[in-house]
Write a protein that binds this ligand. Structure first.
Ligand code: ATP
Ligand code: MG
Length: 503
């Protein structure tokens, strides 16, 4: 049973989904009204039918009891003389049923076939009158038959009956039968009326559903057209929105999506443009160095140290190029969240980064305090972000290659910078003792390829902090920069705890 119901539902759902939305709305409206009409019609029909039968039974019973008491019709001499017309109603039949099963009816008013119901009353087996329906529905012999117990006077014994009723009156039942023809006809007419109005209701509902669907779906059609236009032309212009209904909200959401898409496309375009520009510089210097080498070879060759120097330069430029390409690839991943996130211990990531950077910049004081903090994320990306922060701290705290000291506090020739790294409650602060960041540069340091004019003499491409920001955003975190009072630049990276991340 349950399986059949489930199968019917599946079939219904599948069939509905095959239809267009327009057809579905029309069909559902028609079905809903059809069901409502059917329920109301059946209820009305049953109520009317029951009420009519109830009224008929009451009046029949009343009349039969009265006639039995009155005694005129229980005298067979009178009864047999009376004709149907005497009752004024040709659809009423009256008769007497003897306890022996013999039935006596009025002239031209034959009783419908009687059975044991009436006989039981006649034989005084049942004290209650019997009421039943006899004959086929809508047939000529469809009768409501009632039998009440009585005593009747056999034909030709009127005088004896009145003289000595106890000896001459016989037990029997007075039977009154009323044809159900008129009730059947009324119910039949009611049925036709209910069907007709039901049908009109269903057709009306289907038409109304059709009209509602057509007017309701018009804006949807417009929206579909706009989406198709975008798909064909790749023109991400927002579509005009009118009104405040659900479809308008859909259009607003669609426009928001177009906006996000356009921004993402712009970002990618800008990145490609910037990348092309930035890649050209190291490529040009590699090319210049190689040209130099070729020209020198033609002129008899370079000294081996000079040659080695040139080749080292080329290798360094190639490394820079590789680093740049790696950074660009990272930034080009325009996903809102990290993929392949795993549970990682941030303090370990920071510690590894500190070890690596320390090795590269040995002349620095490192003050490291790390508290464990688990995060969900991409270990490689976070490691790279932390490394970029530490690299900057190291880079901008020690003298550059030209020997220019950048650490204000220790410009006595001893290149000793100081870097403090703290990880407390998921907040990583990296504070250096370098020159800090000029106020004018602060809002831009996280932009791609942005480098302050002082930094241009140092190696780098200006992508390091852009990657830190990208990584922080991908992990649902934040990064900001300021100048620490009495020290150099201070970068604060905040990341959410693993337990609060929903994945
Ligand atoms: P890259 O990191 O790509 O090799 P970069 O270090 O110049 O190059 P970012 O790390 O993005 O680029 O930094 C951007 C700019 O912010 C730097 O050029 C520098 O001007 C400034 N900056 C970053 N960190 C510091 C710091 N610790 N002290 C002073 N200035 C800094
Ligand atoms: Mg950097």
């Amino acid at each position: 049973m349950a399986a059949t119901a489930a199968r019917t539902q599946t079939w219904w759902n599948e069939s509905l989904h095959k239809l267009s939305l327009h057809a579905r709305v029309t069909l559902l409206a028609a079905v809903a009204v059809g069901l409502a009409v059917a329920i109301v019609s059946v209820a009305a029909y049953i109520t009317v039918r029951q009420q009519m039968y109830q009224n008929l039974d009451n009046s029949l019973q009343q009349r039969a009891v009265q006639a039995a008491r009155n005694g005129v019709l229980t005298n067979l001499t009178n009864l047999q003389k009376a004709s149907a017309d005497a009752f004024g109603l040709s659809d009423i039949r009256v008769g007497v049923l003897g306890a022996n099963g013999e039935a006596y009816g009025a002239q031209q008013s034959p009783l419908p076939p009687l059975d044991e119901h009436e006989l039981q009353v006649a034989q005084e087996q049942s004290s209650e009158p019997s009421i039943r329906t006899a004959g086929a529905r809508n047939g000529a012999s469809h009768f409501r038959v009632i039998a009440v117990a009585t005593r009747y006077c056999p034909a030709g014994q009127t005088d004896y009956c009145s003289a000595e009723p106890d000896d001459f009156l016989k037990p029997g039942a007075l039977v009154v039968a009323q044809s159900l023809g008129s009730i059947d006809q009324t119910l039949h007419n009611l049925g036709i009326v209910l069907w007709a109005f039901g049908l009109i209701g269903v057709i009306g509902a289907a038409l109304a559903g059709n009209a509602v669907a057509r007017s309701g779906l018009r804006p949807l059609a417009r929206l579909t057209g706009a989406a198709e236009h975008v798909a064909v032309t790749e023109d991400l212009k927002p579509i005009p929105v009118t009104g405040t209904d659900e479809i308008s909200r859909l259009a607003v959401a669609f426009n928001a999506m177009l906006g996000a898409l356009a921004q993402s496309r712009d970002r990618q375009r800008r990145l490609v443009g910037d990348a092309g520009h930035e890649l050209r510089t190291p490529l040009t210097s590699v090319r210049t160095n190689l040209d130099l080498l070729a020209q020198a070879d033609k002129r008899g060759g370079l000294r081996s140290e000079d040659r080695q120097q040139l080749l080292d330069d080329v290798r360094a430029q190639m490394d820079e190029l590789t680093q740049l390409i790696g950074d660009l690839t990272e930034l080009a991943r325009d996903t809102p969240q990290v993929r392949n996130a795993e549970l990682i211990e941030l303090s370990n990531v920071v510690e590894d980064a500190v070890i690596k950077v320390r090795r590269r910049a040995p002349g620095l004081d490192w003050d490291v305090q790390l508290m464990p903090f688990p995060v969900w994320g991409d270990e490689r990306l976070l490691g790279r972000a932390v490394m970029n922060l530490l690299d900057n701290a190291a880079k901008y705290s020690v003298p550059d290659e030209a020997g220019r000291p950048t650490d204000r506090e220790h410009d006595d020739g001893q290149p000793r910078g100081h870097v403090a790294v703290r990880l407390l409650d998921g907040v990583l602060t990296v504070t250096d003792s370098g020159p800090g960041i000029a106020e004018a540069d602060l809002p831009h340091v996280f932009d791609r390829f942005y480098r302050s004019s002082e930094a241009r003499s140092l190696p780098g491409s200006g992508l390091g902090l852009a990657i830190v920001k990208h990584a922080a955003e991908q992990h649902g975190g934040m990064i900001y920069a300021r100048n620490a009072p009495g020290a150099g630049a201070q970068f604060t990276l905040w990341l959410p705890h693993a337990a609060t991340q929903t994945r």
